[in-house]
Ligand binder design. Sequence first.
Ligand code: ZN
Length: 369
Amino acid sequence: MDKASVHAWLDTVPRPLRHHAQDYLTEDRLARRLRRGSTLYTAELRGYRDRYWPRATIEGGVWAVTCTCDRRPKLCAHAVALMLDLSRFSADYAEAPWKLVVQADRLIADWPFESPLTWHLIPVTTPFWRKPQAEDFLPTLVSLLQTAANLHLAEDPSLPIWAELHPSWLNHAAIQHLWTDWLRQYQSPRAQDAPLWVRLHWMQPVLKLTSVFLALDTSAAASAIFRQLWSPQPLIVPTPKRQRALLADLTLVHPELAALVWPFFRGTDPFALAQADALYLAGRQHEAIQRLEQDLPDDAAARKQVRLRLIEWLDLNDSVPHRLALAWESGSLTYAEPIHHLLSDAQWTRLTDALRLRHACEPSADDSE
Ligand SMILES: [Zn+2]
């Protein structure tokens, strides 16, 4: 963020208002700092009588600052306090997990639920591990996770930290290494910890937890996953990736229940690829193949993806129709090559001739302008 523009804005503020704003900061009355990218900043200001949510947006280098209090259109000290805070601690503003926009002077959160934005659930101070990766904090985080792991408490205190880690930390080799070590200790997770594991998986679907769910007591894991899928998460948007990860694990621990649940989340897995993969991994190859063949997508690219998965799973004889279809739809013989020996010479010649005829009349990418 361009701090110079914040200072320039502050220079236009009358001195008494600025002093008043400074008092708010000195008394620690600004909390729950949130931002959307580097263009929208907001926080909760605890006033002397009420709470306010000033917010600042920048467009084309110009700041627009408003507040929920009733001093509009006059500038209030709440808004100035936000800008003063931004001029110093812009790094403390956590990225909002949902879309946050200002429309017609109202702050709109792209909130997936009917309830209003639950400000009280946003932590007053954002722990550093919730913020993007910063080298300064790496040693602290590593030792924090290590200490937590060595405490051997009934409930591992590092579990919530893992769950809340900003995704950028997960790319770091040191953190990846810790994760592998940490997981190794959990060969026999306890049934009562199932909800915690599910929460971790929900928040960090990149972290592979398949082995944990398989080791857990089936009914505990299934009911924890099931609850998580159906309960709205106040701060964590239920993205398709999160839902697919949980549904895949539900398939592993309780395939019958999962078969009933997948249809409710069809939008997250439109071509049933994730569901089929989960069935395959659960040792239900036949059902996985059936699921994919049941409704082949109309979209050409998606259909190709599904057929490729099918020829990988089917034995050569059963893959013939899909190989021929792939060759026919793509114009490439590569997919039919492995079944060459299953066809007579005359059949092979007819196939190659047909392909040449079909694709000869299609304009190539080069002359389609
Ligand atoms: Zn105000």
